[in-house]
Design a protein around this ligand. Structure first.
Ligand SMILES: Nc1ncnc2c1ncn2[C@@H]1O[C@H](COP(=O)(O)OP(=O)(O)OP(=O)(O)O)[C@@H](O)[C@H]1O
Ligand SMILES: [Mg+2]
Length: 372
């Protein structure tokens, strides 16, 4: 996976308004030219939601920077770097789009959504960190064809050039090797899963070996990508999985972009379900969307395995289920019933607390019936 050279660590601004995470974003160039303005703040999470697995109360680290100009120009007042940088080449915090560098099987399923940028001239710009987690970090990445890029040398995109998207926002979820991460998901999840290469299997068992740690991180990324791919293809409300490259999964960014009167663009990530207070109608709609998503997963033979309001995003009226590396095989995993029941109880607790009369045991029975 090509890394982002000299990636700026401070490219986003967070505001707790609108129940979402809010970011100002700007080009890496402008970022590079400027001095860091703000300081790290901590998100006031509402405390760990009851649930044995999602014990994450780790704070969201956020950063503030000067504003971003949507046309990739430096914002007013930002000091100019005298060294000109060719905007059609990757600069600091950027890399060439990795779309073409991964094999077809490592890209998302067909039909490819129109918004996915596939052109070779596209540059990935790391805009900053969305969240640091126990096992992986989620980054916001812009994939865009810079103005002035030479279309004629842009060999063979999947869509006709004139129709092809030129800019999209992605989330890069990067798994850490055991050395850096704290993998708490053990054999309970992987039971019944086949590991393709016995060499990998042996390496994973040898957690002391660097290879074993690396394989393990790759396996979790792989598992999440495959689960997203199958779930998306079957119609479950999950982010579109754009591609996988080693320990990095690139997926659809769930959220919105807003431009203020001064032309500054902000990316606002959809809030987690824990943070929203939906109206009665919306609550009911959320319930229907969630149970539909769980049913799709059950029919595929999966339980999410870590389903909680922390792993469900409320994107306006739409619910999106995220964080699927630990999906459990309902048929092959001897613990699968326990895991599915726990998922049902955790989400039902949240809906019940919001005033909807739902029954975890009934949901569990219904999902099991659909799975077998
Ligand atoms: N596709 C996405 N669009 C917008 N935000 C996202 C997306 N994926 C992840 N996030 C944000 O990043 C956070 C962490 O993502 P995720 O739950 O997948 O990772 P994780 O490392 O497993 O986290 P945790 O350990 O907290 O469960 C999410 O809670 C959400 O706020
Ligand atoms: Mg999560």
């Amino acid at each position: 996976m090509p890394r982002f050279p000299d990636s700026p660590t401070s490219a986003l601004i967070h505001a707790a308004s609108k129940g979402g995470k809010q970011y100002d974003k700007r080009s890496a160039d402008a970022e590079h030219r400027s001095t860091r303005r703000g300081q790290v703040t901590r998100e006031d999470l509402e405390g760990p939601y009851p649930g044995p697995l999602d014990t994450d109360s780790s704070a969201l680290e956020t950063f503030s920077t000067p504003e971003y100009d949507a046309d990739h120009g430096p914002s007013e007042g930002v000091e100019q770097d005298p060294t000109p940088h060719d905007p059609t080449q990757p600069g600091p915090g950027q890399r060439w789009s990795t779309w073409r560098s991964v094999a077809k099987g490592q890209r998302g399923p067909d039909p490819l959504p129109e918004w996915v940028v596939t052109r070779d001239a596209a540059i990935d710009t790391e805009l900053g960190i969305l969240k640091t987690g126990k096992e992986a970090d989620a980054f916001l990445v812009e994939r865009a064809v810079p103005p002035g890029a030479d279309a004629s040398s842009d060999g063979g995109p999947d869509l006709a050039l004139d129709q092809a998207a030129t800019r999209c926002l992605l989330v890069a979820k990067r798994y850490r090797s055991l050395e850096h991460g704290q993998f708490h998901r053990g054999s309970e999840y992987t039971e019944g899963r086949t590991v393709r290469r016995t060499r990998d299997q042996r390496a994973m068992e040898d957690r002391k070996s660097a290879w074993g740690r690396a394989v393990s991180a790759t396996q979790w990324a792989d598992a999440e990508f495959v689960a997203l791919r199958e779930a998306w293809s079957a119609g479950a409300p999950v982010p579109y999985p754009v591609q996988i490259d080693g320990t990095e999964v690139l997926m659809e960014f769930i959220g919105t972009e807003e431009t203020d009167d001064l032309g500054r663009t902000q990316a606002v990530a959809a809030p987690r379900l824990t943070r929203v207070r939906p109206s009665d109608d919306l609550l009911e709609s959320y319930w229907e969307q969630l149970t539909h998503g769980m049913s799709v997963l059950a029919r595929l033979g999966f339980a999410h395995g870590d389903l909680s309001p922390y792993n469900i995003l409320a994107d306006g009226e739409r619910l999106v289920i995220i964080d699927l590396p630990q999906v459990v095989d309902l048929a092959a995993n001897p613990f699968s019933s326990d895991v599915l029941l726990r998922d049902c109880r955790t989400v039902c607790d949240w809906f019940t607390a919001r005033g909807l009369d739902v029954d975890a045991d009934a949901l569990f029975a219904d999902l099991l019936a659909q799975a077998f």
